[in-house]
Design a binder for this molecule. Structure first.
Ligand code: ASP
Length: 404
């Protein structure tokens, strides 16, 4: 019974998307005015993120009491994240060098920087420092997932160490996490409208013609992502004996939410729920998904390597293989901070271009079509993170096959 309701809801979201597409195409002015309906959805989901991450991590770690396992899961996740994102980065580089989407584009010298995009580029030490919160309420207010994760893990370890005395807090967190999942369920009733409106706004304001302008860049990204899924994610899934069909049907809804809202945060609660329902233990889901949002943004990483070289191509700058690898190395670090919010990549891209003396004006050109590319990379981010939870669960021998 429960299952049927879920399937219907996923279908409703698909219908919402199709209706949004039609509205954006047929009534563009009306469609672009609908953006606020999509924003309402993203805002509502954002209220879930901090309490759900905190409570599920605390219950996952302290409820189990096995601190060694936590360390092991953390190590395995980080190894897996690094390997997979490095592949994503290389695929971006290979695709952009073969298709050369920037070759036909002329950078307009006086294109000024798009408003609202500031160059924010941290050095390595800053990036490491920024993982540690100095005030967890401030981290929560800013919605900094990684800082909340770090606090929650330490909190949970401490809670485990005080044993019986910590029970009231554990019970509280357990009730809090259940409440937040229920809360997610309520917000999801609105998802078809939010998702439809978000699509209507993109199509309505950019028009289908956006696909023609800078078409090669968009094509390269989509091609790269398909290659990444087929050559990396699929073999990984086969290697770890992931039940592919069931995985695909579980990941469908979070992926559609990510695609249409261009925010992987908007898909976070649903992604966690879906992976748990698939058979990944809560303590793995609650660790891997939030940390993956900082360290395992596959779509974003692929996009960033592709877009950096695109900018050089558009300006007629030849980059050697060594230079491209250096940019790649920088991106591996700087992309880690890319938050799961719409257009986050553009900010990282701006910083990277600036620090390598590449034309930052490329960002102004890309901005016009970025929404379409953000859709694909965000969905890839979410799919990659969901897969990571199953892989880690299988690797730990803790995947409970919930078939039937
Ligand atoms: N929008 C992406 C996400 O939410 C981040 C990006 O801009 O690449 O995952």
């Amino acid at each position: 019974m429960r299952k049927r309701i879920k399937i219907n809801q996923t279908n409703l979201i698909f219908i919402g998307m199709a209706v949004g597409l039609a509205i954006g195409y047929l009534f563009p002015a009306f469609g672009s005015n609908l953006e606020f309906l999509g924003q309402i959805f993203i805002r509502m989901v954002k209220t879930i993120i901090v309490p759900i991450i905190f409570s599920t991590l605390v219950v996952g770690i302290a409820g189990h009491g096995d601190l060694k396992a936590v360390g092991r899961i953390a190590m395995k996740s980080l190894i897996y994240f690094e390997i997979v994102t490095t592949f994503a980065l290389f695929i971006g580089l290979v695709v952009v060098n073969i298709i050369k989407p920037g070759a036909g584009v002329r950078l307009d010298a006086d294109t000024s920087m798009p408003a609202g995009l500031t160059v924010k580029h941290h050095g390595l030490l800053d990036s490491v420092l920024n993982i540690f919160p100095d005030n967890v309420f401030d981290s929560a207010v800013r919605g900094d997932v990684l800082e909340v994760v770090v606090f929650s893990i330490l909190f949970a370890i401490a809670l485990t160490l005080i044993k019986e005395k910590g029970k009231p807090i554990l019970d509280f967190c357990s009730a809090l996490s259940e409440t937040m999942f229920k809360y997610t369920g309520i917000v999801m009733y609105y998802a078809p409208i939010g998702v439809g409106a978000a699509i209507a706004a993109v199509i309505g304001s950019k028009g289908i013609s956006v696909l023609l302008h800078l078409g090669m860049l968009i094509f390269s990204l989509y091609a790269g992502i398909i290659i990444f899924i087929v050559l990396i994610l699929l073999p990984v899934a086969l290697l770890f004996k992931v039940p592919i069909r069931r995985f695909v049907s579980a990941v469908k809804e979070p992926a559609v939410i990510a695609f249409s809202t261009t925010s992987s945060e908007a898909a976070l609660p649903r992604a966690m729920e879906a992976m748990e329902a698939l058979g990944v233990p809560r303590r793995i889901v609650s660790f891997v998904i939030p940390t993956g949002y900082s360290f395992n943004l596959d779509g974003t990483t692929l996009y960033l390597s592709l877009a950096s070289v695109f900018a050089a191509q558009a300006a007629g700058i030849e980059l050697s293989v060594g230079q491209q690898l250096l940019i790649g190395l920088t991106l591996i670090l700087s992309s880690k901070g890319a938050a799961g919010i719409p257009r986050a990549s553009l900010i990282v891209l701006t910083g990277t271009l600036a620090s390598f003396g590449l034309p930052v004006q490329a960002v102004a050109i890309i901005l016009g079509v970025d929404a379409i590319m953000d859709m694909a990379r965000t969905a890839t981010n979410v799919i990659g993170n969901c897969l990571a939870t199953v892989v880690i669960a299988k690797w730990e021998g803790k995947f409970i096959d919930n078939a039937n």
